[in-house]
Write a new protein. Structure first.
Length: 339
């Protein structure tokens, strides 16, 4: 669609699983928008609490609310099911324990999109620890070009973590996702990492929404982001390995951006290394060593932080330092949720 007289139709996909304490705030924060040309697709992924009942009440209240009820099979499948049902010009993914702030978000997005109909709109989140601790990410202040040719700007967007490994900070043309079969991989944790790396190759134009409207809840009990298991870490390892192996060996800006993207996730793998059993640590160690060049060659603000350690300690010790940092960071987050 490139008709400036036609308003954008948004499909907002909300996977739902055992979020009875947060779901109403999430849906209400979307329904309160002054702009009304949207649908909310609530995909109930086999919830065992009252989440389905809440969804049903919202469906009866407003025809824009649509329920898809399915057996539990994980976040990826729930998003994929919602995407296949979506009718919108643009797709927005919103996690059901998060919420939006402000009632003019869709109105402003509609105006932004109608200026150039970009393939991708990026936006930044505010991290909610408690009512007294809400931290806004605002890295776009470091970017000169906030719209235009994605391939030319991808390195900068990756460097400043504006193109990050998550689905909910991106608003994408639905046709791009469907025509290129950009569905989420099944049976994996941190599936956003792979999905975003594939998305990079299909984006030509972008814009950045200037406000932070997405409130990303931190430290919720039961949140998959707190449950980092051995299988989770091994999934990340497989994705990094596959991602690095599939980068073309030329120095185009897009390939540099992909290399930097996977380098930032390599840092996460190093940080979580000691979650693994000794046998899995041994199995992946040689690959981790072979990828250490990413620490100096990659360009990302996460890598910059790691280099503060790496400049003073040998690589053998780096995972230990990062694991200590990981524990400290988790404790700090939990403290913030209590205040």
């Amino acid at each position: 669609m490139n008709n400036p007289n036609k308003n954008v139709f948004f499909s907002i996909i909300v996977p739902v699983y055992n979020v009875e304490n947060y779901l109403e705030q999430c849906i209400d924060s979307i329904l309160c928008q002054t702009y009304t040309n949207f649908e909310i697709i609530m995909v109930n992924d086999g919830s065992t609490d009252s989440s389905l009942k809440i969804c049903s009440l919202y469906e009866k209240k407003d025809p824009r609310n649509i329920i898809i009820n399915k057996e539990n099979s994980g976040l990826s499948d729930a998003r994929n099911v919602g995407l296949l049902r979506a009718k919108g010009d643009y797709v927005i993914f919103t996690d059901s324990d998060d919420y939006w702030e402000g009632n003019s978000v869709l109105e402003e997005l509609n105006h932004l999109i109608k200026e150039s109909y970009p393939d991708l709109i990026l936006h930044e989140e505010s991290r909610f620890f408690s009512k007294n601790h809400v931290k806004c990410k605002y890295n776009q202040q470091y970017i000169n070009n906030k719209e235009g040719d994605f391939k030319k700007e991808a390195e900068q967007l990756v460097y400043y973590d504006l193109f990050a490994a998550c689905a909910w900070d991106k608003i994408v043309k639905r046709t791009i996702l469907i025509e290129n079969e950009l569905f989420f991989p099944l049976g994996r944790k941190s599936e956003d990492m792979e999905w975003c790396s594939r998305l990079i190759n299909h984006i030509n134009t972008f814009a950045i929404y200037p406000k932070s409207f997405y409130i990303y809840r931190q430290g919720r009990l039961g949140s998959i982001t707190l449950q980092v298991s051995e299988n989770h870490v091994m999934d990340v390892y497989e994705m990094v390995k596959h991602g690095l192996n599939n980068i073309k060996h030329d120095e185009s800006s897009l390939n540099k951006a992909l290399r930097n993207y996977w380098a930032s996730i390599y840092v996460i793998l190093l940080k979580d290394f000691y979650i693994l059993s000794s046998s899995n640590r041994k199995a992946i160690w040689n690959d981790l060593v072979s990828w250490k060049h990413l620490l100096k060659e990659g360009r990302n603000i996460k890598l910059d932080k790691v280099m503060k350690f790496y400049n003073f300690v040998p690589f053998m010790m780096l995972p230990s330092f990062l694991y200590i940092y990981r524990i400290f960071n988790v404790l700090q987050k939990r403290y913030k949720t209590l205040n």
